[in-house]
Write a protein that binds this ligand. Sequence first.
Ligand code: HBI
Ligand code: FE
Length: 345
Amino acid sequence: MRRFSALGFDSAGAAAAALPFGVNFSPRLTQARQDEGNRGVHMMQETDKTSPPAREVNQGVAPVTYGQGDRPPRGDYARARTDYTCEQQHDRYSLADHDTYRRLYVRQLQQLPGLACDEFISAVHLLGEPQQIPRFEELSDKLHKATGWQVVGVPGLIPEEAFFGLLAQRKFPVTDWIREPREFDYVVEPDIFHDLFGHVPLLFNPTFADYMQAYGVGGLKASKLDACELLARLYWYTVEFGLIQTPQGLRAYGAGLLSSAGELRHSVSAVGPRRVAFELDRLMRSRYRIDTFQATYFVIHNFQQLFDATEPDFTPVYLRVRETMKLSGEIEAGTVLAGEQEFLI
Ligand code: HBI
Ligand code: FE
């Protein structure tokens, strides 16, 4: 059994009920203890690194489980190819599934003005009419023409190396199942709504699209350097929960915010969370929350800044950050350092 130590995903659906807020906001939750986000995903079996690349015939892969829970993984990993991708099987969605998607979409869409960044708002309609769960093939055609990205189906969370490998090929893994109606406000693992609505619109933006690929390439390197935990923080605080400064004020670009019923407004306009400038070393020292709204958000000025930060080889960055953490420790979520500027809302 191999342990993947770096993911932000958590486990234990049961813990959700114990949250003070009643419903959840974050697309992926939660563990009884707060701020243990880096504990991660376990593989039930070691990934077979010697196996040949994806074959035509689905033959199944080892499922991925989460955190400490005994809950079986939710998706059907038996359908997945060796690279963890699988067919979408669009005709298997029920009317209730399509209806859930539409209701989630409508609710999120109406929240976007003044909270989501313009790049997201101008691209979200490219997902197509919300009456039906989008077909991955159709969406891929559009996306490929725009930025060379595709969306590929996956049964759920996949191991880091498989995840990074897909991003490096400009393939975004999208979970193929949708939450149950009773999970409308809160779902433990990312589902198709989070993955599509949250992530795909910005993949139409060329600079952001390049950043995502660079992240995948960096992830493959980080796996070899045992640095996935540090790199996962970058994903968490940018791709999932990032804010951007615009002339009109702060806006969200992170998918975890954009697909969340409650955290979108909270991140942009609530008093309480700390909002500090994106700075790579500082970010990598920062722990994060998996079971409640974030206590810290990192603010960028533009997507080029993200790409530029990800471009250099991270080997010296990891060394430096580890050294700093040895001397000064990690930074707890919600902490602002002496002399650090906060963004005002
Ligand atoms: N798998 N399906 C899926 N979606 C993710 O967002 C995802 C994953 N596996 C690993 C993973 N994310 C993390 O490693 C990201 O850091 C960094
Ligand atoms: Fe996500």
